[in-house]
Design a protein. Structure first.
Length: 286
């Protein structure tokens, strides 16, 4: 996977979180890996000079990490989760219990002692103004958060600080993914956002360039999948509606399209290919 042209990001292992804008502080969790990059970014959002904060994606159950988050966060109004994956939510309830607050996410199953967040909701706290944006694609319950005064978007796993995200069947959906990218790009075009604060990897200063790259990259991958299907002697419009569940075809496509990717990442790539095949087959039947 590559970075957008002109987008400078720290090499792997050189991202350590820290303060960004006037209202964001990233505490990096010690859970690096192929899917989490440098680790999970736990974001603390607070208005300058205020004592209360929101904590976004507390991450893993790691005492040292949660101690560091608590030290930065001070009094916590609520824990927010961008989506349900465990590397974001494992510590959510225990950290909320510790800080005496609730947990809020789009899916009620992720909430504790608090209501779900909803699209367009404004989270107001001591002058801090955070807008909730539903941005499914990586998962059905994914949300992004607009910190308008800093012109920054917390993207969860919709956009990563390095490479591109996995759209894993069945929770991931490419139609939703493209729509969500368009929604974020529109905010950038309106001048409401300039930088992206992802849940993994470094902050990205050029929001427009990154979002445009994401769309182009995914379209290129789709073209490669389409070509691989043809090379396997198949037609997209002849694929069954449940092609994403085919036991063999997705792996065959991975071996063609992702030949240059480390095989340890092929299982994740196969989940992504299943979503791509479902998207292409659906589009071919229209």
């Amino acid at each position: 996977m590559s970075a957008p042209a002109g987008q400078q990001v720290p090499p792997f292992g050189e991202w350590h979180g820290g303060a960004h804008g006037q209202r964001g502080r990233c505490v990096l969790a010690p859970n690096p890996g192929p899917m989490t990059l440098d680790g999970t970014n736990t974001w603390v959002l607070r208005e300058p000079g205020a004592r209360r904060s929101f904590v976004v994606d507390p991450g893993p159950l790691d005492d040292a990490h949660l101690d560091a988050v608590a030290e930065v966060a001070g009094e916590v109004e609520a824990v927010l989760v961008t989506h349900h994956h465990l590397d974001h939510t494992e510590a959510a309830r225990s950290f909320a219990e510790r800080m005496g607050c609730g947990v809020r996410g789009l899916d009620a199953a992720q909430c504790w002692r608090a209501d779900p967040i909803v699209d367009g909701e404004r989270l107001l706290l001591d002058g801090l103004d955070v807008e909730v944006l539903t941005t499914p694609g990586h998962t059905l319950d994914s949300v992004s958060l607009l910190v308008g005064e800093d012109r920054s978007l917390l993207t969860g796993d919709l956009v990563l600080g390095r490479g591109t995200t996995v759209i894993a069947h069945p929770d991931g959906d490419l139609s939703h993914y493209f729509t969500s990218l368009e929604r974020l790009r529109a905010l950038v075009g309106e001048g409401r956002a300039e930088s992206l604060w992802p849940a993994h990897g470094p902050v990205l200063a050029d929001a427009a360039g990154v979002l445009d790259f994401y769309v182009v990259h995914r379209r290129q991958r789709l073209a490669q999948v389409e070509d691989a299907v043809a090379r396997l002697g198949l037609r997209l419009d002849a694929l069954p509606p449940d092609v994403a569940e085919d036991p063999d075809l997705p792996r065959q496509v991975v071996e063609v399209v992702y030949a240059d990717v480390d095989t340890s990442l092929w299982p994740a790539a196969e989940l992504s290919v299943r979503s791509q095949l479902a998207y292409l087959a659906r589009r071919a039947r229209l």
